[in-house]
Design a protein around this ligand. Structure first.
Ligand code: NAD
Ligand code: MLT
Length: 543
């Protein structure tokens, strides 16, 4: 039974959903990093929120772990490249907490503008002070929204309802789409800095957005402007923000997120004019239930049905598409395995896949990844699969490209793979007969029709009479049974260069191969081992 570890607080509805799906659930909160590493050895998947950080150290050498699901949006607490390199799929639940986080942002905006928190604290302290907490009205003021994705847009929509003027910046949102939401977009973040009374950030934390609102930009803001961060700590430079508030240039800030959580340095938290909450943006019953149930659904879809939903390091694929793709993934992997074995150790520089006919209509990126997995899986000591193969190839300087043509050549569907090595090029092409019968239809310049499974003896020769009988006799003597034979001839004429592929029921001994090699018209001989027909794909549940 597939097993899932949960190290952060997950709503009861999510846990119920996991159990009903038939998964074994191991809830263990408060684990130290090394304990998480040990616990990961025993599970197929893990669901986390922001409380667990999955570093390279924890993700390395976890052969059982296949999937990480982040119940929530931000995946900055997961080392994505380490997960990808280890072949682990990472997924998130992007939409479940959008509304709650947008509402929290608006709550922070209102509370900040009307000094709600300090006024409430002063009353709790027994005071009735009506002078110190005069606020500022929002209607008519300008709100700058940096990052107009799900939450940014939801915030903008609500701010328009509060009669604010909303300006925004997001390199991936068109001016037309923004205008539909009543937002004026600017071309760069600097264009909104000195125009706004309030600025709220809603981008992910990336190398580009770290310190996006820095000392220089804070200094350029209008005196008395206020900042809100309900996205990720560090998008607004914390020290620069504290300095700007202490100098009286920025009037205040509302922060739900911090570089370190809980914050190591409480300078900002203690500053008057700063309103803080402990990462509560998504903390509503509704959002927690939505993300927990969605996390449970996507992890069970993946572990039980090979479904890929909301993956951040792999293309999406439904269970039905996966079933439809199985034969293609298998064909891609087998072409990779074949060419890897045909290449006798020459430096591999590049690979190109050409998809024709029906193959071109499939998710070719995924088939290319499966080919890359086949190409590398016997060569690398690492666990190679469809998630990490292309990354591992890239790290080794192997360029993998693809092209597609809807033209149907000789076959209604075909994949042609070419590898470029220090010793030259090698090409093989395959097709699918019916729904699942995989065939090798091209080897180098030769067309043929061979089974693409089991033990293959490939020999190059001059097409002369008697050679097939010669090999048959040798193999008969050595008890090697020939299951199928395919011949490819130059220009399909007798007497020229030819290649033969024998599908063998058992592997020929070195002595049998030596005898074949001695024939004067045999110019090359090699044995290639492929999985048996219909063998499971090692990285798919149930193959
Ligand atoms: P999203 O992916 O829908 O939107 C992010 C937007 O940022 C995208 O439109 C993207 O184009 C834009 N962007 C990226 N780089 C940018 C840049 N340099 N300048 C301007 N825009 C840029 O994500 P979302 O669901 O809206 O989440 C936004 C943020 O909120 C994330 O950081 C997420 O982790 C955080 N979040 C926080 C809480 C919380 O509890 N406080 C809850 C949910 C999400
Ligand atoms: C998120 O990225 O979804 C938020 O930080 C919410 C959370 O996980 O608590």
């Amino acid at each position: 039974m597939a097993r899932v570890l949960i190290t952060d607080n997950l709503s009861a509805a999510g846990l119920r959903c996991l159990k009903e799906a038939g998964l074994e659930v191991d809830v263990r909160s408060g684990l130290k990093p090394l304990e998480v590493r040990e616990a990961l050895k025993e599970v197929d998947g893990i669901i986390i929120r922001s409380g667990t950080t999955l570093t390279e150290e924890l993700l390395k050498d976890q052969p059982r772990l296949k999937v990480i699901v982040r119940a929530g949006v931000g995946v900055d607490n997961i080392d994505l490249s380490a997960a990808t390199r280890e072949g682990i799929v990472v997924m998130n639940t992007p939409a479940g907490n959008t509304t709650s986080t947008a509402e929290h942002t608006i709550a922070m905006l209102l509370a900040l503008s009307r000094n709600i928190a300090p006024a409430a604290a002063s009353m709790k302290a027994g005071k009735w002070d009506r002078k110190s907490y005069t606020g500022t009205q929002l209607a008519g003021k300008t709100l700058a929204v940096v990052g107009l994705g799900r939450i940014g847009l939801a915030v903008a929509k609500r701010a328009v309802g509060l009669e604010m003027k909303v300006i925004g910046y997001d390199p991936f949102l068109s001016a037309e789409r923004a205008a539909e939401h009543g937002i004026e977009v600017v071309r760069q973040v600097d264009d909104l800095i000195d125009r706004c009374d309030f600025l709220t950030v809603h981008t992910p934390l990336t190398d580009e957005t770290k310190g996006l609102i820095n000392a220089e930009r804070l200094a350029r803001m209008k005196k008395g402007a206020r900042i809100i961060n309900c996205a990720r700590g560090g998008i607004v430079d914390e020290a620069a923000l504290a300095d700007a508030i202490e100098k009286g240039h920025v009037a205040g800030a509302a922060l739900d997120v911090f570089v370190q959580e809980p914050p190591g340095d409480d300078r900002l938290v203690k500053l008057p004019g700063v309103l803080t909450t402990p990462h509560l943006g998504a903390s509503t019953d509704e959002a927690q239930e939505l993300v927990a149930v969605e996390a449970a659904e996507i992890i069970s879809g993946f572990l039980l049905r090979n479904e890929v939903r909301h993956a951040v390091n792999m293309a999406p694929l439904s269970a039905a598409e996966m079933a439809d793709m199985r034969a293609y993934l298998d064909l891609g992997r087998r072409l990779g395995l074949l060419l890897a074995q045909q290449n006798k150790g020459a430096g591999l520089r590049a690979a190109h896949l050409m998809y024709r006919g029906e193959a071109a209509t499939k998710n070719t990126r995924l088939i290319t990844s499966s080919f890359a997995a086949g190409l590398l899986e016997t060569a690398l000591s690492e666990h190679v699969n469809i998630v990490n193969a292309e990354m591992l190839a890239k790290e080794r300087g192997i360029r993998i490209t693809e092209s597609a043509s809807s033209d149907v050549g000789d076959f209604s569907t075909m994949i042609r793979a070419t590898i470029e090595t220090d010793a030259g090029e090698l090409t093989a092409a395959g097709t699918i007969f019916g729904k699942q019968f995989l065939r090798l239809v091209r080897l180098g310049t030769f067309s043929l029709d061979a089974y693409l499974d089991g033990t293959l003896l490939i020999y190059k020769h001059r097409d002369v009479p008697g050679l097939i009988g010669f090999i048959g006799t040798i193999f008969g003597r050595h008890q090697v049974n020939i299951a199928h034979m395919a011949l490819g001839r130059e220009k399909n004429e007798p007497g020229g260069d030819a290649v033969a592929v024998l599908n063998l029921d058992n592997e020929p001994s070195a002595a049998a191969l030596d005898e074949v090699r001695k024939h004067p018209e045999v110019t090359g001989i090699e044995v290639v081992k492929l999985p048996p027909a219909g063998a499971p794909l090692p990285w798919l549940v149930g193959g």
